[in-house]
Design a protein around this ligand. Structure first.
Ligand code: MN
Length: 214
């Protein structure tokens, strides 16, 4: 069940887009873990700086987005044949939709999966999941840094990579828990709704729960 990372190599940092070989590798992958780094938390104000990705074979790429012309990256992000995995996918999907103009689907969100499967806790951060489900300690110290820098530091590269290398394994663990709890279909339905949730965020309903009575 658990797919070990074949060999997690060094992350390659590319400017503006994937190269042809990496695009091909990712298009042939079953899973692609995705994370993004931005200038801040407001999608329309804070530009997308970096898109990190890692497939089930452990091939890691960090794309510095500057021109937002990234045809190869966009094709991978919107490929129906590659399941994207993200933690709190709602944020990454909004950033990708607003800055690159593509819908990042299909997507599995490890945060939604955790919220629906792990009701014994309110700790659903990526660091919490990695520690509990994989026994991995993650270092979050570079979380707030200047992701628009021309040259990323080794620590930024290590941090940005660590945010994607555990997602395939986490997805498999969480999927098994959801199955065990009889909530897999509900979780997958919530994930299929994410493009609409993201559209609501970008249209001005980001703070409102439109399902709430009040
Ligand atoms: Mn991150």
């Amino acid at each position: 069940m658990h797919t070990p990372l074949a060999s997690t190599g060094e992350a390659v940092v590319l400017l503006d887009d994937l190269d042809v070989e990496r695009q091909r590798s990712y298009l042939e992958s079953r899973y692609l873990a995705i994370d993004t780094e931005t200038m801040g938390l407001k999608t329309r104000r804070d530009r997308l700086c970096l898109v990190q990705m890692c497939n089930e074979a452990g091939l890691i790429t960090l794309v510095q987005t500057r021109s937002y012309q990234a045809p190869r990256l966009k094709a991978v992000l919107e490929s129906n044949r590659v399941e994207k995995i993200a933690h709190f996918a709602r944020f990454d999907m909004a950033a990708v939709r607003h800055w690159l103009g593509v819908e990042m689907t299909p997507v599995f969100c490890t945060k939604i999966a955790s919220r629906l499967a792990r009701t014994f806790t309110d700790r659903h951060g990526l660091k919490d999941l990695a520690a509990e489900l994989l026994g991995v300690e993650m270092n979050k110290e570079q979380q707030s840094s200047d992701w628009a820098a021309d040259t990323l530091t080794d620590r930024q590269i290590a941090y940005a990579s660590s945010d994607v290398i555990h997602l395939v394994a986490l997805k498999e663990r969480l999927e098994a828990m959801l199955q065990r709890e009889g909530r897999l279909e509900l979780a997958l339905a919530c994930m299929r709704f994410l493009p609409h949730r993201t559209a609501l965020d970008l249209a001005g309903w980001e703070e409102e729960d439109i399902f709430a009575h009040h």
